[in-house]
Design a protein around this ligand. Structure first.
Ligand code: SF4
Length: 339
């Protein structure tokens, strides 16, 4: 199921420019882009990972993490290999950095309709394009998302936010929610750790919001690399400037891949970050990866009542009624919250 991709331009000398993500790779004949998932063949750009599903699971939506989008619903979660980032701390590096040619012989082709049928079979409210980077399997996600909407299944991107505006606008009618990583507020961090740039990520968060997609943001806090109060304040202030209703997930790092020499994030750092987010004006700020019920709870931002209690992706209690706080009547931001 190799396919000519949707967004590219033909240049001179049979070169092409891929316009799916902000790298906008210029690719010579017989070469691949940074993601190793798109190849120039005789002046045409082909996607190599279309339908080559390397992982699929039914996950609680809280695991994406999305906390204010159909809480407690299962999400049919899929990935191909490949990523347009090269993060030194990637938790899924075995599949995100696996060369596409290596993968092609070990997985079967899965047609978009089969993903939708499986989501229905498992009573999933949504399909999540996740684990690696959906931008890199955009064409497949697009075809699947369109079919999913015909069956009233929602679509979710868990993304590094590096899609181009044209690719994002094109899929937006079928995209219902996204969790975007803001990995740092330093361009140096993006360059050194991810081999990418910060600004396109910020633009994606803004555009998603303008396009009416439900957005949540995640920041993995890594000791010594992005854990200063100043940087966490900058991220919080940016999210507030886009929308104070955007939930911010501040997650603990555990040593992985090329950053095995760094320690796990101390819980106190996450609690400090949560304080910073709330003081900055964010309505919903959560810690992640430390199993702390109190800081994984949704509180009413007006009266402080605990509304949705969670522990390790499980909902312990949801007392939201008619999308509002039952105590003071304040409308709680989100989609399909309850009532
Ligand atoms: S999707 Fe891949 S080939 Fe296209 S611009 Fe991004 S990294 Fe380059």
């Amino acid at each position: 199921m190799e396919k000519e991709t949707l967004f590219y331009e033909k240049l001179s000398d049979k070169k092409v420019r891929c316009n799916i993500c902000a790298h906008r790779c210029i690719i010579a004949e017989s070469k691949m882009g940074v993601c190793n998932a798109r190849e120039n063949r005789d002046g045409k750009l082909y996607v190599l990972n279309y339908g080559k599903i390397i992982a699929r699971h039914v996950d609680p939506i809280e695991k994406k993490p999305l906390f204010h989008f159909y809480p407690a619903s299962p999400a049919y979660s899929v990935a191909t290999v490949g990523c347009n980032f090269k993060c030194s701390h990637c938790q899924n590096f075995e599949i995100s950095q696996m060369p596409t040619y290596e993968n092609r012989n070990i997985v079967d082709d899965v047609k978009p309709q089969e993903i939708v049928d499986q989501a229905i079979k498992h009573n999933c409210k949504s399909i999540a394009y996740t684990y690696t980077e959906p931008t890199v399997f955009y064409d497949y996600a697009f075809d699947t998302a369109r079919l999913a909407h015909e069956k009233n299944i929602k679509n979710i991107f868990v993304t590094n936010g590096y899609m181009t505006s044209e690719a994002l606008k094109s899929i937006a009618p079928y995209l219902d929610a996204a969790n975007v990583d803001i990995k740092s507020f330093s361009n140096d961090f993006y360059k050194k750790i991810c081999k990418a740039e910060l600004q396109p990520v910020l633009e994606t968060v803004k555009l998603l919001k303008q396009l009416g997609v439900w957005v949540e943001v995640t920041t993995l806090v890594i000791p010594t690399l992005n854990d200063s109060e100043q940087e966490l304040q900058q991220i919080a202030d940016f999210i507030v400037s886009v929308g104070s209703e955007i939930p911010w997930h501040i997650s603990a790092f555990y040593p992985a891949y090329q950053l095995l020499y760094l320690p796990p994030t101390p819980p106190e750092t996450l609690h400090k970050a949560r304080e910073i987010g709330i003081k900055a004006g964010l309505r919903y700020v959560f810690t992640g990866n430390i199993g702390d019920t109190e800081s994984e709870t949704t509180y009413c931002y007006n009266c402080g009542k605990a509304l949705i209690r969670r522990r390790n992706y499980t909902i312990m209690e949801n007392c939201i009624s008619d999308s509002s706080c039952p105590s003071c009547g304040t409308a709680i931001d989100g989609v399909g919250l309850a009532g």
